[in-house]
Design a protein around this ligand. Sequence first.
Ligand SMILES: [Ca+2]
Length: 466
Amino acid sequence: MRSLLLFVALGAVVPVARAAEPPKGPNVLFIVADDLNCDLGCYGHKAVKSPNVDRLAATGVRFDRAYVQYTVCNPSRTSFLTGLRPTTTRVMDNATHFRKTLPDAVTLPELFRKNGYEVIGLGKVFHRGLSPDDTKKEMDDPKSFDRVFYGKTTAAGNKGAGRNLTGGALPWCRWLAAEGADSEQADGQLADEAVKVLGEKRDKPLFLAVGFYRPHDPFQSPKEYFELYDNGTFELPKTPDGYKPPYPLSLGGGAFKDAFNAFTDKERREFLHAYYAGVSFMDAQVGRLLDALDKNKLAENTIVVFIGDHGYELGVRNWWNKNTLFERSCRTPLIVRVPGAKGNGKATAALAEFVDLYPTLAELCHLKDTPKQLEGASFRTLLDDPGRKHKEAALTVIKRGSVMGRSIRTERYRYTEWDEGKKGAELYDHAEDAGEFVNLAGDKKFEAIRAELSARIKTTESGAKR
Ligand SMILES: [Ca+2]
C-alpha cells in the first residue's frame, strides 16, 4: 500500500529500502528503570542490594557521570528515544506526545525497525500513564515497535501491608509490601515476557526494550524485597543546618513541600525502605534477563544498555521526588555492555548525556539512515577506552510552571540558570561541595567561570555536540 501511495504521489516507483539479506545484528537489550538514581551497589551505595545490575556493571562499562536531559519521565524518555534535546522536542511535561510536536521524528526503536530488526517493547519504554495499572496506551508510539506488552499487577499482587506516608495528601506517596510472587506484579510479568522473547527463534536481529516500572511510586514490591532491609540501619539524608534552598524550592507551600515537611524520621526511613525494596525488585528482574541471555547463548551477540530515566532526590533539602536540577536528579545510572569491548569491567568518569545513546547505538549496530538532526554524539570509543574524554558539558533542563531552568555540568562545576538568570542562578564546585549546598553564583571570584558556563549553556542547547 505504501509503494502504491508513493507511486500515485510522486508519479514514479520509489523503491522501498530493503537489505539484500537480513542484518545479522548485534541484538540490543535496552533496559530502562523508572526514577532510578545511582543508589546501587555498583555505584558505591553501602545499603542497597543490587547484585544483578552490579553483575552487569562488572562485565560492561559503568558511566559515573551520565546525565539525562530532563528530570521527569516523558520529556526525558522522549529526548533519549528521539536523540533530541527537550528544547527541540518541545515535550516538557508528562501529557504531550512527541508525535504532536515532531510528527516525523524517527525514534531509536523505529530506526532499528527500518534497519530490519524485530523491535519489541515491554512495559514503560516511552512514557505511559502514571501507574503500571494504567492501561492507557496513548503515550506509546506504534511506529516504534513490532510488538508491545505492558503487564498488569493482579488483584492478589495489590494485597499486602503498607500505608500512605502523607496520610493521603499525596496519593502517590504510598508503599505496599505485596503478597505473592514477582509475577503478580507488572514488572515480574515484563521479565516473564522478556525471558519468553529471548527464548524465541528468529531470523532477524532483535531490539528488545524493557521498561520496568520500579522503583517509581507507588512503592509497591513483593514483600520479600522489603525483607532484604532493616530500615533502622539506613543513613538518613543530611542537609546542613541553616541551609536555604534556592529557587524554586525556596518558594513557600505547595502540597509536596507541606507533606514532606510533616515527615518524621519514621516516614523518612519507610520512604527509603520502600524505594530501595523497589530497586531490589527491579534488580531481580534484570537478573532474569541477563540469565536468559546466557541460557540462550545470546550474550556474545547482544549489546546490553541499562539506564534510569532520571535520578531521584531522597530527602536532601527535604525533597522526596525528582523534577529538580540538582545532581541527584540529573545523574542516573548508565551501563553499557558491548560484547568484546576493551572497557568492559571498567568505569568511565567521562561526561555523557542521554541524548548520546541514540547515535552510539546506531553506530554500534551500523544502522543506515540515521537522522541527521540528532543532537548527541556517539560515545562508542569510550567503550574501548573508558579513560578518554567524551564531552565538555552535560545539559539538563526543566520547566517549573512557565519558568525554564537550565543546568550545565562540567567536570568540576554545576551551573544553573532559572529564566536565564532572572529568577536566580546557582553555581556549585563539585571539587569542594558534592552535595551542592554552597551557591557561588554571587561570588565575585567566580564571575569569569559563571560567564563561561552561562555561554556554555547556550552553545550546548543550540547544537554544540561536545
Ligand atoms: Ca521517571
